[in-house]
Ligand binder design. Structure first.
Ligand code: FAD
Ligand code: SF4
Length: 449
């Protein structure tokens, strides 16, 4: 249930807060995470081209699909007119040509169709069901406890560390405690915040490791409100055949090398061009069948883009636990208090202006921009609340994703993010997780956890 877009972050992202003066400085840089990107890319199977861009580092890629001729036309127009803007094939977690590791995982080659959101019987794209869970099961060390709602992390004051998790059985509502030396809290950003805020004890009355009161705060997301669409009258002698998992992508180009606009940070943008086709569905019985069998007549090329804007984490965007209302399992409900700000509005305006200009230069017509004005939270890529940082006074996690104040608890999902960048985040969560798990094993070997 994800769109499988997998772009690496660069130092323009990890250095962003320090350089532009918002949030707190990331405690790591690209060089710390680069080998772990490679590690997870080889395992998951990421298709893409080596594009040589400093805003979007290259990875360990399987072959990419091709851009359509109109996408190539847009790429060429942009390259001719703007030296710092690049249209590339978006990198995605599809096995376009399986390596031995993917065969060993029991996965097959992606068939390049388009119903991935229903789940893939070939394991053609990376997800937990097709890849990580069966792989972990093979080790013989995995026990899956289903229908288990984690209520909290258990903290032992005498030992000064966490000793396990308390779960409620979703069906029987019975509570059971499980014990472990190391705990990774990876319930997805919102639920990771919920579990940690709900893990209260005499030592931590406001949530595990939350002495500074910042847990749940600096919650951020991506802004997906703005789109642009148009038609193209040319290239009517060509059309597309078959399908592909994704289309073109333009990494962030605003405020990269210098602050050049009246807003902070920038946005990445998707781009796709395809010929709309109309099938004649008139008739009834034999005439309907004949009309359908006659096939679709390709119409004009339609092109479109969507903006994925970086939002700036702010203390005033936060999630908290409801003091009165609880769910079926007696766990407090989460209240989410977030809003867009002036920076987001200016960014949307800039996207619309810049893309109208680029679409016009490419000879597209009937250009239409739209702003869904949807509430934040209807987008995806929630991040933050348990952010990483160098200073325990202003962050919750250290550079290895350990809670500053409870070192055997690790958070490597979206909750750990200090800022949001403009790239899709999940590849970064995966690389963080592999790096932190490796570190936890090293600490365990040295008996330091
Ligand atoms: C429509 C859509 C498209 C997306 N497309 C992309 C994309 O193209 N690229 C990209 O990078 N990202 C994408 N994302 C985001 C991506 O899906 C997430 O970043 C990713 O799934 C996060 O993985 P995770 O393991 O941290 O959390 P999840 O996948 O959310 O897994 C968390 C798990 O924890 C369980 N859980 C939660 N609370 C508890 C509890 N209290 N007790 C027990 N279990 C609990 C949940 O049931 C869930 O199984 C998309 C998301 C959506 C919704
Ligand atoms: S296109 Fe088909 S084969 Fe490829 S990942 Fe999607 S569902 Fe699987």
């Amino acid at each position: 249930m994800w769109a499988r877009q997998t772009q690496r972050w660069s130092d323009f992202d990890f250095e962003g807060p320090a350089r532009d003066g918002f949030a707190v400085d990331w405690p790591i840089r690209y060089k710390d995470i680069a080998p772990w990107y490679s590690y997870v890319e080889k395992f998951a199977g990421i298709s893409g081209n080596k594009d040589g861009l400093d805003t979007l580092p290259d990875g360990e890629f399987l072959p990419a699909w091709e851009l359509s001729c109109v996408e190539n036309h847009f790429k060429d127009t942009v390259a001719k007119n703007y030296k710092d803007r690049h249209v590339i094939y978006a990198r995605c977690a599809h096995v376009t040509k399986p390596e031995p590791i993917h065969i060993e995982q029991g996965r097959g080659q992606c068939q390049a169709r388009n119903l991935c959101q229903r789940g893939c019987p070939f394991g053609g794209y990376f997800n937990a069901n097709s890849t990580t869970i069966p792989w972990a099961k093979k080790t013989g060390n995995l026990t899956m406890r289903t229908h288990a709602v984690v209520q909290s992390i258990i903290y032992d004051e005498a030992k000064g560390k966490a000793t396990g998790v308390r779960i409620i059985d979703a069906n029987t509502k019975q509570s059971t405690d499980y014990f472990a030396d190391v705990i990774f809290v990876n319930a997805g950003t919102v639920n990771t915040n919920l579990i940690l805020l709900n893990s209260t004890s005499k030592r931590f009355p406001n949530g595990l490791g939350n002495d500074n009161g910042l847990m749940g705060k600096y919650f951020a997301f991506h802004n997906y409100r703005a789109r642009i669409s148009a038609t193209y009258d040319g290239m009517l002698d060509s059309t597309t055949e078959g399908s592909r998992a994704t289309a073109a992508y333009m990494p962030r180009f605003r405020n990269v090398y210098k602050q050049e606009t009246n807003f902070l940070r920038g946005y990445a943008v998707t781009f796709s061009g395809y010929r709309s086709s109309a099938t004649d569905t008139n008739g009834f019985g034999e005439s309907l069948k004949n009309n359908l069998m006659a096939g679709a007549t390709p119409g004009k090329w339609r092109v479109g883009s969507q903006c994925m804007g970086e939002t700036i984490p702010k203390e005033t965007n936060y999630i908290s636990l409801d003091k009165n209302k609880k769910d079926e399992w007696g766990i407090p409900l989460v209240n989410i208090s977030v809003a867009y700000d002036e920076n987001d509005e200016k960014m949307i305006k800039d996207f619309m202006e810049q893309y109208t200009e680029m679409f016009t230069k490419a000879g597209f017509s009937d250009i239409k921009t739209s702003d869904s004005k949807q509430a934040p939270g209807l987008d995806i890529h929630e991040m933050g609340g348990v952010r990483m940082g160098k200073d325990p006074a202003t962050s919750l996690l250290n550079e290895w994703h350990q809670l500053h104040l409870c070192k055997n608890v690790f958070v490597t999902d979206g909750a750990c993010m200090t800022s949001t960048s403009t790239q899709n985040p999940s590849l970064t969560y995966m690389a963080f997780t592999a790096r932190a798990a490796h570190h936890a094993v090293e600490l365990l070997k040295k008996k330091e956890l």
